[in-house]
Each structure stands twice: as C-alpha cells, then as structure tokens.
Design a protein around this ligand. Structure first.
Ligand code: ZN
Length: 311
C-alpha cells in the first residue's frame, strides 16, 4: 500500500532535484527513502565525528543498537498512543505452504498481501534513545550523578512520506541521553543546547534555537504539544534548508521522570531518575550545509572544511 505523501513546495522539489542530480541522494522509488551518495555520506560521517569531539567532556557510555527494537519497549514508551501515525511494526509470515503460494502470487502482482502476515515482536526504531532506557535500567540503581549514554548515529524510522527531501522516513539520528538527578539533567540539556548552536554556527549555518512541541496525534495531541511548549520541555536548533521556515536540525527533550518511572530507572538516592535526550538529524545537517555552501563540497569555505576535514 502506498501511504499518502505530503506535497513539497516548489523550492523543496527543486532542492530535491538538485540533490538527486548531483548524486547526493539516490532514488529508491519511494518518497522519504534515499540512498546517500559518496560526498553526502562523507560529510555525514565527518559531522558525526565532530559531535563525538564536542561530546568528549561528557565521558559518555557508548551503546549502539540496531534499527529495530522490541515491540514491548515501544509499547512501554507510550509511543503507539502518542504517535500512531508515525509508528511502524515488523510483520512476518508464519503460514503454511499453500498460504505462502497465495501470498507470493499477490506479491508478484504488487497486490496487497498484508493479510497473510502477523505482527512480530519487533518495531522499527522511531527514536534512537528508546533502547537506552531499559538497557540502563537493567544495570540496576544509578550511581550518584547518573550517566550519559551516547547511542551513536543509528537509523530511525518514521512513516511520514513527503516530497520535502529534509523529511525522510529513514534517517540517521545521533542521540545522546542524560539520565540522573533533575538539576543535573536540566543543566546538561541547557549546556548541549548552547553547544549545538555554537557547533552549527561554526559550520557557517544560520542556526537559531526555539521551543517546540512534538507532532503528537490528534486533538488531544495538540494540547500535549502546547503543554510541552509552555513548560519548555522541548527545544530545537533550526537552520534554513529549503522550507519557507527554518528546519529543525537537532532537538532536545526533557522527559522529567516519564521514562525513569516507566522503565524503573532508579536514582542513587532512590526515586525515579529524570532523563533528557538530544538528537541531531544528520541528513538534515548535511542538507543545511549543502543549501548554505553549495552542492560542490570541495568548494565549501575553508573555515567550514577546517571544522570537518582537518581536525
Ligand atoms: Zn530521544
């Protein structure tokens, strides 16, 4: 089944055409899923390495997870209720030989064969911090000061097809998670907000910071997002790509004790830990750089190249 595709503006479509023509993105046949060309992927990895250098003082625990997570974990986060329109679950075939033949015939005709699949115990990862919370909870009570976890750059998936090249369905999210006492978590979040603006400005991007709300589902969701904004729980760092307004390149979420209570993350002194996470959308960062400095990476300003190449 082809989902509904969000149309892009003229500028977004022109930018996508340019990214494809220059070989930065590689067409797959569906909106929001692209292969990454050599220069694009090189810059993405160099940006990721730059984040690692900036994050060094955090002395983070490194963890790396695959782009699927246990369905039980997704259910525990409340994601299915909050973002039913974005979540994607892995389905698999468990039938007999006769059913397999029927299914294959439908698939060969590109007809709908979903009725022959059953829900598996896996979902696609919608936010790369989700696998971190149960993994840290399983280690037992936190030590004083809590922990920083760097989940690296992993693929996240959100089912929101769009013609805007900056709205990908599958993209690399560089997530760093802070788990600990409330004051420490808030201070870390604020420090990273400033660090991220400086980091992106250092790459010649017109980066600004603003409070934001998540794209929760439905009418009740809009109220949740309004509360999130009012309480300053979510910030984004934005820069121009090809939209009428700047696009979020990074987001900072303070969950208070939401995940701490859900996953049993216990503070050294007892009680649920507070958590915050930051996520860079790495493809968006590369696109913002291409939009700002041109599609020929070798012609980028030397001070930008110095940040990414010569460090
Ligand atoms: Zn997160």
């Amino acid at each position: 089944m082809s989902p509904q595709v969000l149309p892009g503006t003229e500028r977004q479509l022109a930018f996508r055409r340019e990214l494809l023509d220059r070989g930065h993105l590689i067409e797959t046949g569906v909106d929001g899923v692209y292969g990454l060309g050599p220069d694009f992927e090189d810059v993405r990895r160099r940006f990721d390495a730059l984040v690692t250098r900036v994050a060094a003082p955090d002395d983070a625990v490194r963890m790396h997870f695959p782009p699927v997570l246990p369905l039980r974990t997704l259910e525990a986060t409340g994601y299915v209720g909050s973002f039913p329109h974005l979540c994607s679950v892995v389905h698999a075939f468990e039938g007999d030989a006769v059913e397999a033949r029927t299914m294959a015939e439908l698939a060969e005709k590109h007809a709908d064969w979903g009725d022959h699949l059953v829900q598996s115990d896996l979902a696609l990862v919608p936010a790369c911090c989700y696998p971190v919370y149960p993994a840290i909870a399983a280690r037992g009570r936190l030590s004083v000061g809590g922990v920083v976890v760097d989940a690296g750059a992993a693929y996240a998936f959100r089912n929101e097809p769009s013609e805007d090249p900056a709205r990908l369905r599958a993209f690399h999210q560089r997530e760093i998670v802070r788990i600990g006492e409330p004051a420490a978590v808030e201070a870390w979040r604020d420090r990273w907000r400033d660090r991220s603006v400086a980091l992106l400005r250092g790459l010649g991007l017109d980066a600004t910071c603003d409070t934001a709300g998540d794209a929760f589902f439905g009418r009740a969701g809009r109220m949740l997002a309004a509360t999130q904004r009012r309480d300053g729980l979510k910030f984004e760092v934005l820069a121009p790509i090809a939209g009428d307004a700047p696009t979020a390149l990074a987001s900072f979420n303070y969950h208070r004790d939401h995940f701490g209570a859900l996953f049993g993350l216990e503070l050294a002194g007892g009680g649920p830990a507070h958590t915050a996470c930051l996520g860079f959308g790495e493809e968006r960062v590369v696109m913002a750089l291409l939009a700002a400095h041109g599609s020929a990476v070798s012609d980028w300003p030397s001070e930008v190249r110095a940040q990414l190449w010569e460090a």
